[in-house]
Design a protein around this ligand. Structure first.
Ligand code: FNR
Length: 345
């Protein structure tokens, strides 16, 4: 598939990727830094007794962090998808693909997604589609990937900033239908603007079991869409949304299974998301940055380092397995505490 023959939609995928990379900056100030874990000098645990695997609902992951939804749709993004999938297969990580709506319209783009399943025959793979799509389309993208779950993204703020974006956001009934009939679990996912308890409650009321709060603090789609058009008329939205930490506080009493993503920079951020209630933690922008800057081997090495470091954090805090995560003593900054109080969380 030569670049010149690719569609405007495929071109948009390349632009998102390039802008995610050029606008990438490891957040020097993050809400994750506003959560302090209390050091305990006597963990009464050995490294050999630590188990970092996570099991929730119908899903099991040997490592509780994974490669979050990013890409597919063009030849360039297809080759990145393949590299991400090879790394995920080698390191035993789950992986989500980017939105497959382009694959429903443009058969030539299907291979850029299915390359992921080809490279990782037995691993956990999440399909991805917008929440406005029909049940039939949702089942098609799941079948295309032989996916283990579907991430159904809700991205109102991104659509608002995109000139060609949707403005019809009656999604809840559609989500209910998809959740009730799809052959695999559905994870309703934000794309970097965070989730509120009200949204989580609405989702729960229509039968959703899994949410991904994907908060702000990392990849910023308001900024990416503004830069893409070389226009800054929606630049006042670049600070829109709740951070991942605030979102986890929002849903801390929710009975739903919770994925977190958004601005995760290191294994300590992963651990903090887990102790704040996440069952699994997605990493998009940072892994993409490592892959595009230093290559596939570097990403693989980085993930292996994170796996070891995460085990060390469990050990340091006396956390034997996922069941003891909520016992880890933590203190919130005054700003987070005020947020929690004002929101009545
Ligand atoms: C994304 N993200 C995303 N999410 C989704 O559900 N469907 C998609 O198609 C995409 N596309 C996409 C492209 C690129 C290049 C990036 C970097 C990200 C959003 C992603 O899954 C995640 O929710 C946010 O990026 C926040 O996580 P990070 O990047 O801060 O770790």
């Amino acid at each position: 598939m030569a670049k010149s023959t690719e569609s405007a939609h495929a071109h948009r995928k390349d632009e998102h990727l390039a802008l995610a990379q050029t606008t990438y900056e490891a957040a020097s100030a993050s809400d994750f830094d506003q959560v302090q874990i209390i050091h305990q000098g006597l963990p009464e645990l050995a490294a050999t007794d630590v188990n970092i695997s996570t099991n929730f609902g119908a899903l099991s992951m040997a490592t509780p962090f994974y490669v979050e939804a990013m890409t597919g749709g063009s030849s360039r993004t297809g080759s990145l998808n393949q590299q991400l999938a090879e790394v995920a297969a080698t390191t035993g990580l789950a992986m989500a693909v980017g939105s497959q709506s382009i694959a429903l319209r443009e058969p030539a783009s299907v291979a850029s997604f299915t390359a992921v399943r080809k490279a990782n025959k037995t691993g956990l793979i999440f399909a991805n589609l917008g929440a406005g799509h029909s049940l039939a389309d949702a089942q098609r993208v799941v079948d295309m990937m032989e996916a283990d779950a579907l991430e159904l993204h809700i991205n109102t703020a991104q659509e608002i900033v995109m000139p060609e974006g949707d403005t019809d956001f009656y999604w809840l009934k559609n989500i209910e239908t998809i959740v009730a009939h799809l052959s695999v679990p559905v994870i309703v996912k934000e794309v970097g603007f965070g989730m509120s308890q009200e949204t989580a409650d609405k989702l729960q009321s229509v039968g959703v079991d899994y949410i991904n709060v994907s908060g702000c603090g990392g990849t910023n789609f308001a900024r990416i869409e503004n830069e893409r058009r070389h226009l800054q008329e929606r630049s006042y939205l670049t600070g829109w949304g709740q951070s991942t930490v605030q979102s986890l506080l929002e849903v801390q009493k929710s009975p739903l299974h919770i994925f977190a993503s958004g601005g995760v920079r290191n294994p300590l951020d992963v651990f903090k998301a887990l102790i704040l209630g996440a069952d699994a933690v997605g990493v998009a922008g940072y892994f993409l940055h490592v892959l595009m800057t230093d290559g596939q081997q570097a990403l693989q090495d980085e993930i292996i380092t994170w796996q070891t470091a995460l085990r060390d954090l469990y050990l340091l805090t006396g956390t034997k397995d996922q069941h003891s995560l909520h016992d880890v003593a933590r203190v919130l900054s005054p700003a987070l505490l005020a947020y929690q109080t004002q929101r009545g969380l």
